[in-house]
Ligand binder design. Sequence first.
Ligand SMILES: NC(=O)c1ccc[n+]([C@@H]2O[C@H](COP(=O)([O-])OP(=O)(O)OC[C@H]3O[C@@H](n4cnc5c(N)ncnc54)[C@H](O)[C@@H]3O)[C@@H](O)[C@H]2O)c1
Ligand SMILES: O=P(O)(O)OC[C@@H](O)[C@@H](O)[C@H](O)[C@H](O)CO
Length: 474
Amino acid sequence: MTTPSPAVIMDFRNTPTPARLSRSLPETPPAPPVRLVHLGLGSFFRAHQAWYTAHASDASGWGYAAFTGRRPDIADALSPQDGLYTLLVRHPDGDAADIVGSVAEVHPASNHAAYLELLRRPEVAVVTITLTESAYLVRDGHLDVADPALVADLEALRADLGAPVSTLPARLLSGLAARRAAGGGPITVLPCDNLPHNGTVARTGVLELAALVEDGAAGGLAAWVGDHVDFASSMVDRITPATTDDDVRAATAATGLADAAPVPTEPFTEWVLSGAFPAGRPAWESAGALVVDDVTPYEQRKLWLLNGSHSLLAYSGPLRGHSTVDEAIADPTCRAWVEEYWDEACRHLPMPAAELRSYREALLGRYSNPRVRHLLAQIASDGSVKLPVRIVPTLLAERAAGRMPVGAARAVAAWIWHLRGRGAPVKDSGAEAAAAAARAGEGSVAAVLALLRPALSADQALVELVTEQLDALA
Ligand SMILES: NC(=O)c1ccc[n+]([C@@H]2O[C@H](COP(=O)([O-])OP(=O)(O)OC[C@H]3O[C@@H](n4cnc5c(N)ncnc54)[C@H](O)[C@@H]3O)[C@@H](O)[C@H]2O)c1
Ligand SMILES: O=P(O)(O)OC[C@@H](O)[C@@H](O)[C@H](O)[C@H](O)CO
């Protein structure tokens, strides 16, 4: 766990007209050689993996080529800045600005040829990913073969393994096929999305897709992936809201340089990872990362306590008029709801009580930082994928122990109100069925629970508990 201290590493504040950030400026770092590829050049990657890479003891030897998730915007903004950007670390009492130099190349997702060319290079050792939970297209332990974009990618890959594709499993598989054909050797795929066992999830998607593609074209690809690809797992943590115009102004105020795409983030950061890394990796632990044999206890603690309470606040906070995490946690009612849910979740975390107590205290401090304006609407997206990994484990464990989990049930009830149109607009490609179920009147609670996990809807006492919470929140 690392909490960087405030330090402005470059000071151009007396410069009269702000120059645009670029590597031709005298004090900016040279681009390191590309040995890492990233998929999902969003805010979090730049606050986290790119930051750890820039602060590793061997930073000069490891550069990123980063690809956007879908739209080209961030690549368009960062390209004229040679991949440089300002990380605005928002302490409760002021900003620290860090110009991060580890991103050597940026590309739009559509530049598939550049991606394949990079994956062929033996020196490229790790592909990291931050494309959101829903991008993995793995549901109930299997690839979602009904997804229309995946169906299109499967057809394209059967015809040509180098064809442009858009889904994450297909992007990974086609890159790995290019590496295999070029004799590029072993490589690590390291997901950094908020999913339990994220390496296993990515591997399932790639191997099941390889098996489907091989029906048509590429014999031996699945076996090659099994032998040469290390699917590592990681728990990632750093609260990173979307960038606002105020952040753009604050970055220039802090550095004196114009930056089209700065990233605001909190001081706290944590990365726990586990993998074999057969082709090497940066010394991320020298920047504070923790390398372990098994990330499970760390990811459960983080997903259930941090992300679970985030989802609870994202759906219940707007019902009480709040739009950001710091506003919601300052409301004694919301805070009591969070504590009640935490009490339930903590009973099932295999960690000493004192450690859980201090983790909870630290979370309250992080949520209360008034300078990290984390919008509840941002957290509310994709609940159909998030609730099953954040809230459902506590519901199941508490019911198995014969208890009534009021706090976790309230989170589901608040989600139902969200799906019924209270709070932020629903942004969730997997929620059509859930939204229809939520509006179904009689039987709606059981129907929503069934979508989260079929076993939950057969639990009549739980259905009644969620119904009570739904009425109470109304
Ligand atoms: N922001 C945080 O505080 C934070 C913290 C920990 C982990 N994460 C993880 O990182 C992910 C990205 O967060 P961010 O803040 O960078 O978001 P972001 O919106 O800045 O970037 C997300 C990127 O993923 C792309 N994308 C979204 N859905 C996709 C899909 N279904 N298929 C392909 N691409 C898709 C977007 O186009 C964008 O390029 C989160 O979903 C989460 O899993 C974020
Ligand atoms: O990024 P998401 O959409 O998976 O979830 C929203 C937040 O809960 C999440 O971003 C947290 O802020 C983050 O996981 C903290 O490390």
